[in-house]
Design a protein around this ligand. Structure first.
Ligand code: MN
Length: 262
């Protein structure tokens, strides 16, 4: 006897095979050129990603090649775990995240036209409410993914960070929006195309870096440096977020995939 749950998995697999569902990669490629956050003095920066060749069909490994990877936790497309921020210093590390919260409905909000006019654009509560008035309430376990158009700069470090006089000019969300999302909605996570989940000038907001403060403080997750959100529907896609289960880790590079109706 086939249960309805087995039928659901079978339908998913059938539709993936026949093309009615397709898988979209939302991840930036990892290399030494991947743009990364650059904190101003006196703060300490993480190392960039790099690949160290160890063996390559030579005396140290005649039949194989393999490499070491060197990377900070918060490099490229990556997840911020609750423990990352002072507002939740005893929160889950990246190995402790309940995996059921890493897969959920993708709510895609398009702010690209407004960011084109204003790189410092901040998402407000009313923008999210306007999305909800069309597409329904943000769902339990959902991921709010904001399409700003910033992924077009993902291969160009200077354009991606857009720094002038020591201040990065990239979009984010207001403190009020961050607090509302954290406290009044049942989402699991919030994803962006920029280098961090806060605006480039997020230190100037109150509290500083409000998306980090409120969302991680409320046991929600962040995902940065997403790509291809423009090819997703506003609702109806499924997102799968796969950070490494680093024990004690405050975040991890992640592969992020969406399952999208064709
Ligand atoms: Mn991070």
């Amino acid at each position: 006897m086939t249960t309805s749950a087995e039928t659901a998995v079978d339908q998913l697999l059938t539709h993936l095979a026949d093309g009615r569902l397709r898988v979209v990669d939302l991840t930036n490629r990892l290399s030494a050129d991947t743009p990364t956050l650059q904190l101003p003095e006196p703060f300490a920066n993480l190392i960039d990603f790099s690949l160290e060749h160890v063996s390559e069909f030579d005396d140290s490994g005649p039949l194989w090649r393999h490499n070491n990877i060197h990377t900070g936790e918060h490099i490229g497309t990556h997840l911020d775990a609750p423990r990352h921020w002072i507002s939740n210093r005893d929160g889950d590390d990246v190995s402790q995240l309940p995996v059921g919260r890493l897969i959920g409905p993708a709510h895609v909000l398009d702010i690209s036209a407004r960011v084109a006019d204003d790189p410092d654009f901040l998402l407000e509560i009313d923008d999210i409410r306007a999305w909800e008035s069309t597409h329904g309430p943000l769902r339990a376990g959902g991921w709010l993914l904001v399409h700003s158009g910033w992924d077009r700069y993902a291969q160009d470090r200077d354009a991606f960070l857009n720094t002038t006089d020591g201040v990065s000019h990239t979009p984010g969300m207001s403190s009020a929006a961050a607090r509302w999302l954290a406290e009044e909605t049942p989402i699991a996570g919030y994803g962006v195309e920029t280098v961090g989940i806060d605006a480039g000038n997020g230190f100037s907001l109150d509290p500083p870096m409000p998306a980090h403060h409120h969302l991680l403080g409320a046991d929600k997750y962040g995902i940065t440096s997403l790509q291809n959100l423009g090819s997703l529907p506003a609702s109806g896609a499924l997102v799968v977020v796969c950070p490494l289960p680093i024990v004690g880790g405050t975040g991890s590079p992640a592969r992020v995939l969406a399952v999208v109706p064709s």
